[in-house]
Ligand binder design. Structure first.
Ligand SMILES: [Fe+2]
Ligand SMILES: [Fe+2]
Length: 154
């Protein structure tokens, strides 16, 4: 069976967490591997963030009156910290430096924290406030968009 919206987002989380683990396992000798992994992480995050901000979060907000608003706005801000500050900084950092190692670790911690919060809080509330059918339909829409975005990039 096709993944519903939450299963799709969780699968993305697993994938990006694996990549982040790989990244933080590298050393200052991984001059080529580090930027490669970082590129992959960036692409994954870009697509995942798009799916959440354009499709999932608005559906979540709409399903909850005002009680979902706090989580909704907090999630956007956490995305912004990563995409506008932490990730661009890391991309500018010399991959053979210890600074890179430190910044990669922070990126990993921020994303793990954010994904965890989504899964424990937002997704849980989404399961309660959206029907199985709604989550399945959202999942289809997100899967389709994901494939479009992936083909644009390749
Ligand atoms: Fe997110
Ligand atoms: Fe997420």
């Amino acid at each position: 069976m096709a993944k519903d919206a939450i299963e799709l987002l969780k699968a993305d989380h697993e994938k990006v967490k694996e990549l982040l683990n790989e990244l933080t396992d590298t050393t200052t000798r991984a001059e080529k591997k580090r930027p490669q992994l970082l590129d992959e992480i960036e692409q994954e995050l870009e697509i995942h963030t798009h799916l959440e901000e354009k499709i999932f979060y608005p559906a979540f907000k709409k399903a909850g009156n005002s009680n979902h608003d706090e989580l909704y706005f907090e999630a956007f801000e956490e995305h912004r910290v990563v995409s506008e500050f932490v990730l661009p900084d890391l991309k500018k950092t010399d991959p053979t430096s210890d600074k890179f190692s430190g910044r990669a670790k922070i990126l990993k911690e921020l994303i793990e924290h954010h994904a965890d919060e989504e899964e424990k809080d937002m997704f849980k509330k989404a399961r309660q406030s959206l029907t199985a059918e709604e989550l399945a339909t959202l999942g289809e829409e997100m899967n389709q968009r994901k494939q479009e975005l992936e083909s644009e990039k390749s």
